[in-house]
Ligand binder design. Sequence first.
Ligand code: 4UV
Length: 551
Amino acid sequence: RCISNKLEPNVIKSKIPDINIPKISLDEFVWRNLDKWHDKTALVCAETGRSYLYSDVYKKSRALANFLYKFKGLKQGDTVAIVLPNVPEYPIVMLGAIKAGLKVTTVNPIYTSEEISRQFVDSDTKLIFTLTELWPNINNAIKNLAPKRDIPIVTIEHQENQTVPSGTIKFKEIVDGNNKLEFQRDTDFEDVILLPYSSGTTGFPKGVELTMKNIVSNLHQVNAREFRIHNETEGSHQDVVPTVLPIFHIFGMVTTALNLLSSGCKLVTVPRFGSKIFFNVLENHRPTIAFLVPPIVLMLLNNPNIQSRHIEQIRTIVSGAAPLGAADIERIHKKSNGKITLLQGYGLTETSPTTHQQSTFIENGVKLGGCGYNLPNTECKIILTDDVSDKKGLGPNQSGELLLRGPQVMKGYRNNSKATKDVLDSDGWFRTGDIAHYDEDGHFFITDRLKELIKVKGFQVAPAELEELLRNHPDIEDAAVVGIPHRDYGEVPKAFIVPKKDVMINFSKIQEYVAAKVANYKQLAGGIVVMGNIPKSASGKILRRQLKDIK
Ligand code: 4UV
């Protein structure tokens, strides 16, 4: 019953017809209906209450674009980095920089200065946007750069009356400048506009080159009538959306922020996630839809302060980035007295991100544990994992690696043609590194991960990064890191280490060493095991499956 291509059997097309994707810019897409809701609130900060109307976001992003266009040392296609938590200014920076013909790399604001430096160097960052309170960490990141160079910084004040570090540029002064566009600079549909980082199937985090076409296509795809979650603002109706997923991550950036801003919704930005602030958002802002990751869905379920009346006004929750258990989906229905429809979605940074989503508008569009149907203009196939040279698609209910093809698939990894070639073939098929199958209806189920990536609370952790760190420790000869299941976080990293000869390993010292170098969620919460040697294949690859089985 699945629609297959005659030439290529078992290539699964979308359940709905392909849509027309016009060659328009992100700017045109986001602002195309501004007149309808220019006087509505676009963004409000859950912590401080500061807010921006749609007309403010439009004008301030244009004032910023004027500034960036003229800024000495910045030319078309250069990279600017955003190192911000979810503050309402985030989309203003993103839209302003892209309008000015620049590329945006988004950095996790809780990264250590070492992690930040690495992304600045790899992405060749020319200008940084950050918060005044994050400045010391950013300054250290700049000091670590090799070869040494300076990078100008624009600072945003999150708390009032903070002292702005000398030598930095004040965001407020820029965005209060002239907001009539002073230049014309066209970005090609094939130009890279976003550069988020992902480790992909193996190795260190890499810059994922997403083009104007990728982003604009994905925004059109998720807005196909059968898949669209939100309503466009009309009259007094305005969907309210808690923006808790980090905007630096593709799910928060494209599926949440850009998507919902283009329809006039109200985004309640949560800069520091915690149960108390989330509770306040539910009570004070009464969200109507939400894009979440499984640990946050679990918080909705398990926090005793959050009662049915706090969540009943939510029509739809989309959960993605990691699997959500069937029992928890049923519990959400129950707790909301049947009012919430919980849909699972699936995507990757490399696919801008969404490729699959459940839908109540398509027959059998919601099945427990599934992630739904592929979006329009997206093709899928499942291939045998032990012979990837044979890319013939498998039939229904057969498990294998999921391959994707569509206009949302990235251009490639920045400066890394080898890694790009490993995942993207000349026919446009992208290897996800995920194990999946589809059923008789063509509904997809993600069942396992073939790639080495670990997902902690939906965040990416690249084992290669932790392994290098451990191998650089003076007491450690060799190391391997795998993900093990965790009740609240989905997975956590666990390390296996081989000590140097005659060394007694001090476990807490190793934990402290890792903790000082990487962000909190990458720490070795799964523990450390000492062993004689790391199991490896003949070609030297770590046999991760074997390690996962060691208790
Ligand atoms: O690159 P990334 O960090 O990207 C994401 C994106 C998640 C999205 C995006 C749009 C949606 O509409 C949505 O619902 C979710 O997380 O990590 C990609 C990897 O995360 C795992 C899988 O291993 C991907 O290769 N993953 C993502 N979604 C799911 C998932 C899911 N629903 N179930 C299981 N694993």
